[in-house]
Design a protein around this ligand. Structure first.
Ligand SMILES: Nc1ncnc2c1ncn2[C@@H]1O[C@H](COP(=O)(O)OP(=O)(O)O)[C@@H](O)[C@H]1O
Ligand SMILES: Nc1ncnc2c1ncn2[C@H]1C[C@H](O)[C@@H](COP(=O)(O)O)O1
Length: 222
């Protein structure tokens, strides 16, 4: 019996991993997909034509970047649906609007007209009864100190050169965003409670928690 069956996780489940930049979403996505024998849906940073430009000039590129991410995530959504689920997704579509677009608008690096165009498009595409929500959102949380050191360790120059205040602001926004998020069931994991890099076996404990949580959530829905 494989881990997915052992812990009662449906074969067609879609699990999305949320959390601030550098918290460990991609690492978790790979580990869970291996453990559950699920497909992955990653954010592709290397082929993103706007990301470097954006980090050099938020004001000029924030709208272009949000539209790009929205299109990419929507295509991924379609792919997951066509396969009939069985996916681990690296970052949810909800963070684009709830964290990034809103933060840039609040900070004045996305103007009112662009923000309104973006949110209208987002709502028309996502906030409809036809848009399938994930079965579970796993929220990864950790201290700002750990996250800053992970951003440094990963070594993407554009992120390393971004002022610490940006990551601090994002970290605070994530906390309040997740406290009011209700798009699907949320399982919170603290990054100090597991270490997939030095102890890959701990992925079984995470799968066990996911299985227990999903079963409880489905009982509560009935
Ligand atoms: N459990 C862990 N312990 C220590 N470092 C980790 C752990 N998980 C991820 N990392 C490291 O943190 C950095 C960011 O991880 P990543 O998975 O790319 O984050 P995200 O996808 O959330 O931006 C990478 O250098 C990764 O190797
Ligand atoms: N919607 C977004 N707006 C701005 N920047 C974004 C958005 N989604 C992701 N990003 C950035 C943040 C990171 O620099 C890379 C990849 O994110 P990660 O959390 O490391 O997977 O893209």
């Amino acid at each position: 019996m494989n881990l997915r069956e052992k812990y009662g996780i449906p074969q067609n489940a879609v699990i999305t991993i949320a959390g601030t930049v550098g918290v460990g979403k991609s690492t978790m996505t790979k580990a869970l997909a291996d453990a559950l024998q699920f497909r992955t849906s990653f954010e592709n940073v290397d082929t993103n034509p706007y990301l470097d430009l954006f980090y050099n000039d938020f004001e000029k590129w924030s709208f272009h970047l949000q539209i790009y991410f929205l299109a990419e995530r929507f295509k991924e959504q379609k792919r997951m649906f066509e396969y009939g689920g069985g996916f681990i997704q690296d970052r949810s579509i909800y963070e684009d609007t709830g964290i990034f677009a809103k933060m840039h608008w609040d900070k004045g690096t996305m103007n009112n007209v662009d923000y309104e165009t973006y949110t209208n498009l987002f709502e028309a595409m996502v906030m409809t009864p036809y848009f399938p929500h994930p079965d579970l959102l796993i929220y990864l949380e950790g201290s700002i100190e750990d996250i800053l050191s992970r951003i440094q360790e990963r070594g993407r120059a554009m992120e390393q050169q971004t002022p610490v205040d940006y990551w601090l602001e994002m970290h605070q926004r994530y906390e309040s965003w997740i406290n009011s998020f209700n798009g699907c069931p949320v399982l919170r994991l603290n990054i100090n409670d597991y270490d997939l890099l030095t102890n890959p076996e701990c992925s079984e404990q995470i799968v066990e928690r996911i299985g227990g949580f999903m079963q409880q959530a489905s009982i509560l829905r009935k």
